[in-house]
Design a protein around this ligand. Structure first.
Ligand code: ADP
Length: 284
């Protein structure tokens, strides 16, 4: 499997604080990879380093075969980026925003026009092509950002919290688009999120990040196997105590052995449980 992204002992230091601390990670071509962590964990900073927007203080980063510090132009040609801060121009139309981006990337006509049409169709915005962007909903703006990031046919797409602030229905629609980019268009995706369901629905593998450090990497089922697939919860006062078990059957058996089951329940573990176990706090 070839590496789409590789980080080796990467640090980013702001004001003497290692906001990214000794990060080593490989993302394979063709996967959807999720970087999960609470606010301030260092996810956006990592994305900014991978997309050449800021330099690592220390360590090596290779994206699509190019070194981000020595070959930033080549990296930028291979990647698409959708950041949290919406950077689409509200006073331009949907088409004009795409056109502007296409010219910035020196995509010649008729390729540019075809690409704009193709990606607006893909994100289902063709019927809005002449509308000013400021008239679009939050979800539509996000779809436009994605279409724009794809115009120069990147191999890897970086999405920083792609569905933050969107309602559940809009979020689901975006998930379908993101999944399709991977399965139908063969694009490798790296996304950051603090939504468990997003990770569970979309990601082939995940890394959990906290305080600048990578604390766990794997598929969801690997993580559940490592930490326990079953859990027994017990309410003590207004807090829940959790105990992991290798399987759900073992969690159920433990519960059944209790003479007093008041305030107790057994269930399958999920990513949130593992996150709390690893970090001692919730994601949000
Ligand atoms: P996340 O995306 O996981 O919420 P960030 O990468 O945005 O985390 O931030 C990680 C830490 O780095 C935070 O404590 C944040 O305040 C700090 N930070 C991010 N960018 C800068 C900057 N340009 N200057 C100083 N500190 C920064």
């Amino acid at each position: 499997m070839t590496a789409a992204v590789s980080l080796q002992n990467v640090h980013k230091v702001y004001n003497n604080v290692h906001v990214v601390n000794d990060l080593s990670l490989t993302i394979h071509s063709g996967e959807i990879f999720g970087l999960l962590g609470p606010n301030g964990a260092g996810k956006s900073t990592t994305i900014r380093m991978l997309t050449t927007l800021t330099q690592p203080t220390q360590g090596d980063i290779v994206v699509a075969g190019y070194d981000v510090s020595r070959q930033p132009r080549e990296v930028r040609r291979q990647i698409g980026v959708v950041l949290q801060q919406t950077s689409v121009d509200g006073d331009l139309s949907v088409w004009e925003n795409m056109e502007f981006h296409g010219r910035m990337h020196h995509i010649p006509n008729p390729q540019r026009r075809q690409g704009i049409q193709q990606w607006l169709d893909y994100v289902e915005l063709s019927d809005r092509r002449d509308n000013k962007v400021k008239t679009l909903s939050g979800g539509m703006k996000r779809r436009l950002q994605i279409a724009r990031a794809l115009l120069h046919q990147p191999k890897i797409l970086f999405l920083d919290e792609p569905t933050v602030g969107l309602d559940p229905q809009t979020r689901r629609r975006l998930w379908e688009i993101i999944k399709g980019l991977n399965t139908q268009q063969g694009i490798t995706l790296l996304l950051t999120t603090h939504y468990m369901e997003e990770v569970e629905y979309l990601c082939d593998r995940i890394s959990i990040m906290d305080n600048g450090c990578l604390i766990e990497t794997g598929t969801l089922s690997e993580l559940r196997q490592r930490h326990g697939q079953g859990i027994v919860m017990k309410k003590e006062g207004d807090r829940w105590q959790y105990q992991f078990f290798p399987t759900l059957e073992m969690a159920n058996a433990h519960l059944n052995q209790q003479s007093d089951k008041t305030g107790m329940m057994a269930r399958a573990s999920n990513l949130e449980d593992i996150f709390v176990e690893l970090t001692g706090h919730n994601l949000d």
